[in-house]
Design a binder for this molecule. Structure first.
Ligand SMILES: [Zn+2]
Length: 398
């Protein structure tokens, strides 16, 4: 393969964010070979405990090398937010502060710890939104690949949930899996898959009640100021025990865009399509499943998404594959069989809808499988096809 010895191209979408990513990868000439398969999981940190600000600095301290990558990335951040969108970023940050102050505190503490402007850091979370307010600038997507997710009900009363996290390869060296405990959670814990410097469960996570959540990006236009899906995910895992509790919060707030899929220990499954025009929910109980990639399936009326034909074709092929994963996962199969089948299905490389991605710009940096009852996480440090896996059971503290 010709690209093996080439540095990774950058995936960040759009104008200013290309520069952020370029700053981040300077000096990190990551090649496909290097990111393919770490020998042992390197992304596991010790548990962090305390209020949000303490947990945020705990994560940075737990991963000094990964925190250095984040610091370098932030050092290159353009602090002069485009005046046309500065107001939008300010209003969205205010909204986060008002609705989920704990999530805002966590992010503010991270910004303080690395000495970066909080608003500029906030702006960087919205790289999938046309923050320039000029849609055409986010239409020129470098690489069409994105994340693949699915979930389904199990006959034992619980549910399964899976995500292949597809990102630029350099993000493999930023990834983190870490357990959080907060005095305000009444003994509950959250295990999040994220990037060091990002939110608690930026990619996905599960709490000790068995509520688990994964999300995917959708490239879209600037709408009303809203809550980013990664921040929403943190808030739900910190607050809720069930999917229905989470849906109540989701219905009550203003969103940006993307999808979120949730499962819980009662065997409820829901896929949520988030956009500035609201949340469209597909909910299953007792039977069935859902799948989402990087386009809306049900939000026909949303004017948020920017439809890039190449990206849509890639996303649609992966969605078809994920729907097969749902169809082929037996409701009453024993758990080891479900786990084995999900692991092998998420590691396939066949055809345009292959779940395991080894693209020039985008790599599956982890496969994560959740079981809601008992609350358990299985995750790979690198592409699921060729990387070490770890299992993590998520318990309440005594
Ligand atoms: Zn693979």
């Amino acid at each position: 393969m010709a690209h093996l010895n080439q540095p990774f191209r950058l995936f960040y979408i759009g104008n200013r964010f290309g520069r952020i990513a370029a700053a981040a990868t300077k000096g990190f000439n990551v090649t496909h070979e290097q990111v393919k398969a770490p020998a042992v999981p390197r992304f596991l940190g010790p548990a962090v405990e305390g209020p949000p600000s303490q947990r945020a600095s705990g994560v940075l301290e737990a991963f000094p090398e990964r925190a250095a990558i984040f610091e370098q990335r932030m050092a290159g951040l353009d602090k002069s937010i485009d005046p046309a969108v500065r107001g939008w970023v300010v209003e969205s940050a205010k909204l986060l502060e008002r609705v989920f102050p704990d999530v805002a505190e966590y992010l503010e503490a991270t910004a303080r710890a690395v000495g970066v402007d909080y608003l500029a850091m906030q702006a960087s979370y919205f790289s999938y939104v046309g923050l320039s307010a000029r849609a055409e600038e986010v239409e020129g997507v470098d690489d069409p690949e994105g994340c693949s997710t699915a979930a389904g009900v199990l006959a034992d009363g619980g549910a399964w949930l899976v995500k292949n996290r597809d990102t630029p390869g350099w993000m493999m060296d930023s990834q983190s899996v870490i357990e959080h405990r907060d005095p305000s959670w009444g003994g509950a814990a959250v295990v999040g898959v994220s990037s060091v410097g990002g939110s608690m469960a930026g990619s996905s996570g599960i709490n000790s009640h068995g509520l688990a959540s994964v999300s995917t990006s959708i490239v879209g236009r600037l709408g009303e100021p809203g809550i980013a899906r990664a921040h929403l995910q943190d808030a739900l895992l910190a607050r809720c025990e069930t999917v229905d509790e989470a849906l109540e919060i989701i219905r009550s707030i203003q969103h940006v865009g993307g999808t979120m899929t949730l499962v819980d220990a009662t065997g409820t499954v829901a896929a949520v399509e988030l956009s500035p025009s609201g949340a469209v929910i597909e909910r299953k109980q007792a039977t069935g499943g859902v799948a989402r990639t990087n386009h809306y399936v049900q939000s026909e009326n949303s004017t948020f998404a920017i439809i890039d034909p190449v990206r849509l074709e890639n996303s649609s092929s992966r969605l078809e594959s994920m729907e097969c994963v749902v169809d082929e996962t037996e409701l009453d199969a024993p758990w080891p069989e479900v786990l084995g089948s999900l692991r092998s299905r998420m590691a396939t490389h066949d055809g345009p809808g292959a779940q395991c991605r080894h693209g020039a710009a985008v790599v599956t940096v982890s496969t994560t499988i959740y079981r809601s009852r008992p609350p358990t996480m299985f995750t790979s440090d690198g592409p699921g096809c060729s990387s070490p896996w770890v299992a993590w059971s998520v318990g309440e503290s005594a």
